[in-house]
Design a protein around this ligand. Structure first.
Ligand code: CP
Ligand code: NVA
Length: 309
């Protein structure tokens, strides 16, 4: 049996593969907007395993699979044997014999790595403590739609050096752009955990205003990610000065975009007048999860396709 291709972190794909995926996403999205049927995955089944909550990831994968002609099955920790200690390796053997594709949202990256090693079918990371590759796939597609190529641009990451931040840092290495990161002391980037080859594509700033200066894109995320709830109060105190507000957007380029993977907490990591203001593209960003993941699922199951008919 040929080993399946997985998408577990952003650096799993090459720049050329991303170029294909973004072109394909545009084609799939345009066709969808014209209400034209595109069923390349008829009779294929996606299993979605959620060990953490979700709105966008579940909806975009489930709707996306249906729109490609296939079916999607939702499993979670509470009502499957996964929550009762069945070894992840055993679960992978069984689940991957009954479906064509698996998407997992879980805690440590190690869990999805172990699952994928025992899976007969491609596995997609739908968020782990370390990474959220599908999110940055959508974010970069959104940037390209609004501003063109991201190569050579500057992205300002304000706040926690979490799964979304780590994925931006990997993407910067793949696409050759710069990330200006500003985190409170004690929450800095851990290059090894982020899976980086070096630090040539990011720079750390003590003051978030300095990180935002002249950025093409300013982005942030919740101060407390899922799984870290016990740290919530300490984090609220530590992150107080790391809110993306109107002054910060003024420090960025005049035409800078604002993105947030959502869900957002207005008044914490972002001011309401920024997320609901003219720089914000968060709704396009959320919608694009659907379109990029359709291209991703098609690619993993069928390889490169021609953008015709
Ligand atoms: N951005 C994102 O992954 O959202 P959900 O947690 O709602 O899936
Ligand atoms: N960093 C957040 C992203 C949620 C989509 C979390 O992991 O909870």
């Amino acid at each position: 049996m040929v080993a399946p291709r997985h998408y577990l972190q952003f650096k799993d794909f090459s720049r050329e593969e991303y170029d294909y995926l973004f072109a394909r996403t545009k084609w799939i999205k345009d066709k969808f907007k014209r209400y034209e049927r595109h069923w390349p995955l008829a009779d294929r089944t996606l299993v979605m395993i959620f060990e953490k909550q979700s709105t966008r990831t579940r909806l975009s994968f489930e709707a996306g699979m249906q729109q490609l002609g296939g079916a999607a099955i939702y499993l979670n920790t509470h009502d499957s044997q996964l929550g009762r200690g069945e070894p992840v390796e055993d679960a992978a053997q069984v689940i991957s014999r009954m479906c064509d594709l698996v998407m997992i949202r879980t805690f440590e990256q190690d869990i999805i790595e172990r699952f994928s090693r025992h899976s007969r079918v491609p596995v997609i990371n739908g968020l782990t403590n370390e990474y959220h590759p599908c999110q940055i796939l959508a974010d970069i597609h959104t940037f390209i739609e609004h501003r063109g190529a991201i190569q050579g641009r500057t992205v300002a990451w304000i706040g926690d050096s979490n799964n979304v931040c780590n994925t931006w840092l990997q993407a910067a290495e793949v696409f050759d752009f710069n990330v200006h990161v500003s985190t409170p002391p004690g929450y800095e980037v851990e290059a090894e955990r982020a899976g980086l080859y070096g630090n040539s594509h990011y720079e750390e700033f003590a003051d978030p205003m300095d990180a935002a200066r002249d950025a093409d894109l300013v982005t942030t995320d919740v101060w407390t990610s899922m799984g870290f709830e016990a740290e919530n109060e300490a984090r609220k105190r530590a992150f107080e000065d790391w809110q993306v507000d109107a002054d910060m957007m003024c420090a960025a380029r005049k035409d800078a975009l604002f993105m947030h993977c959502l869900p957002a907490h207005r008044g914490e990591e972002v001011a309401a007048d920024v997320i609901d203001g003219p720089h914000s593209v968060v709704w396009d960003e959320a919608e694009n999860r659907l379109h990029v993941q359709k291209a991703l699922m098609e690619f993993l199951l069928l390889g490169c396709m021609k953008n015709d008919a």
